[in-house]
Design a protein around this ligand. Structure first.
Ligand code: SF4
Length: 180
């Protein structure tokens, strides 16, 4: 049987969800025997592969690169899991939303708070352009399952992965995969 291809992605989040993933400890060894990690911040692969079975996406959608990659992931992935509260609801990353559009925030951070040569980094194609509003993942692409928590505990990550690897459907009905 072909080995399952698994990806993990880091959007607008603190990496705490990935840290919780690494807390799986010895289960990571079992996992490595069954799957190929084909794209992940911990695997240093530059291009998202053309076919992935499961992708866990940590973090909210906060800039134009996230939007582009989210659509690429959707086109090339069977099961997408919103991984953690920032992906599920926006959570901490979306705390800037009530402040309004992004310009006043950039002004405050890069110009008013600068000690020398304050300038907003606007080089398109070099610096990702922040969205005016941070979005939960499901507002950008279709999501197949939700794994809430800040971060989701390692045991729940394990339970979801075991379920997915066994071929059980990750349905929202009657599972703990609903948004929190
Ligand atoms: Fe960090 Fe919590 Fe957001 Fe995960 S859900 S990226 S742990 S703030």
């Amino acid at each position: 049987m072909a080995r399952m291809k698994v990806a993990t992605v880091w959007f607008g989040g603190c990496s705490g969800c990935h840290m919780s993933f690494l807390d799986l400890d010895e289960f990571l060894i079992d996992l490595a025997a069954q799957v190929d990690i084909v794209y992940s911040p911990v695997a240093d692969v530059k291009e998202y592969p053309s076919h992935v079975d499961i992708c866990l996406i940590e973090g909210a959608v906060a800039n134009d690169e996230h939007v582009e990659l989210a659509h690429l992931i959707r086109q090339n992935t069977d099961i997408i899991i919103a991984f953690g509260d920032c992906a599920v609801t926006g959570n901490v990353t979306a705390m800037r939303n009530p402040l309004g559009t992004i310009e006043p925030i950039l002004q405050k951070v890069y110009v008013e708070a600068a000690t020398l040569h304050g300038r907003i980094p606007f080089e398109k194609g070099i610096v990702p352009q922040l969205l005016d509003r941070v979005l939960p993942l499901h507002q950008v692409i279709e999501v197949d399952a939700y794994l809430p928590g800040c971060p989701p505990p390692a045991e729940r990550i394990k339970a979801v992965l075991v379920k997915a690897l066994s071929g059980e459907p990750l349905t929202l009905e009657g599972s703990d995969l609903k948004p929190g």
